[in-house]
Structure formats: C-alpha cells, structure tokens
Design a protein. Structure first.
Length: 185
C-alpha cells in the first residue's frame, strides 16, 4: 500500500515539474468560424494565416526565438545538424508517384542540390526526361504538391502547387501534347 502511495505522489510531482518546464510565447485566440454544409467549425487561430499582418510576423519571430533559445542549450546540436545536412545531400534521387500514360512515364523527383520537386515526363523511345512542371510555373514562393491528376481522356494533366506553405493548392491544367498551361476561371 505504501509503495503504491509513493508511486502516485512521485507521478504527481513529476507532472507538476514538467508542466512548468517551458514558458511559451503567448498565442491569442479570436472568434472565427466557418460553416460548411450546415456544420460550423471554430478556428480561433485563423488570424495566423495572414502572413502579411505585422502581428502575425512578430508572433512567428517570438516562436522562432523561443525555439532557438531551447535548441541552443542542447549539447551537440550543431554536430547533429551538420550530420543531418550531410545525410540529406547524400540522399539518392528517388522517383515517386510514377504513372504510365500512353507511351510516357510521369514521375516526381527532387534532384540532389536542387531542393525543389519537379514533375518529369519520359517517352519510351527517349533516354532523357523533360520537365513538365516546376514551382517556377507559379512564382518564386511556390512549391509543387506531390500529386497530379490526369483527365479521363488522358489529354490533360492537373498540376497542384501551394504558395508559401498555405493549405490550399492552386491548380494549372496543361495539355499533354503541348506544354501550354490553360487558365482556370
């Protein structure tokens, strides 16, 4: 009985000391909600989506400063970071989401040293693939999503990208016979 009581007291003490371990920067909440299909969803942190708002920028800076202050206290953090960086450069150039359409193979790939994924097309009779989509199609601050879709007739491809980490993707439609993008509207 005394052993069980000792364990319970020890757990309560540990729980209290863990709770007070970090003093995180404050995050405000707002009354924000959306209604979809008669279901109301509250989103008290929606204000953080406006990356041009100076208040949001200062919140991100406070979070980054807090994170840096914690990470800078860790022993061997720089050694670990440098080792991870070496391993990242040494990764093989993997192809993924590979699909065959007609006499072509489509795939996603991030080449070593480039840092951003691109979508490639390689014809059966060609040894060199062609880039059919890259983040530059949208702009400087965009990243391709890892998914792309073909229409049922296999004449067009829908390519997805998002801007600066936003949750909603933008789409461009490209004819497979030409490398011309069509506006969506």
């Amino acid at each position: 009985m005394t052993r069980k009581l000792f364990i319970v007291i020890l757990l309560l003490y540990c729980g209290q000391s863990i709770k007070a371990q970090f003093n995180y920067p404050a995050t405000k909440t707002v009354d924000s909600f959306s209604t979809w299909h008669n279901v109301t969803v509250k989103d008290p942190y929606r204000w953080l989506e406006d990356l041009n708002n100076p208040e949001v920028v200062s919140w991100f800076k406070a979070q980054a400063n807090f994170t840096d202050s914690v990470l800078n206290k860790l022993p061997y953090a720089n050694t670990l970071f440098n080792e991870m960086d070496k391993l990242n450069v040494a990764l093989p150039e993997l192809k993924f989401d590979v699909r065959r359409i007609g006499n072509s193979i489509f795939y996603n790939q991030t080449k070593t040293g480039e840092g951003k994924m691109k979508i490639y097309r390689q014809f059966d009779n060609s040894s060199s693939p062609q880039v059919i989509a890259s983040s530059e199609m949208w702009g400087e601050n965009y990243s391709l999503s890892s998914s792309y879709e073909f229409d049922p007739s296999e004449k067009y491809i829908a390519i997805y990208a998002n801007e600066g980490g936003k949750e909603i993707n933008e789409v461009k439609i490209t004819a497979l016979q030409k490398t011309k993008c069509y506006p969506i509207g």
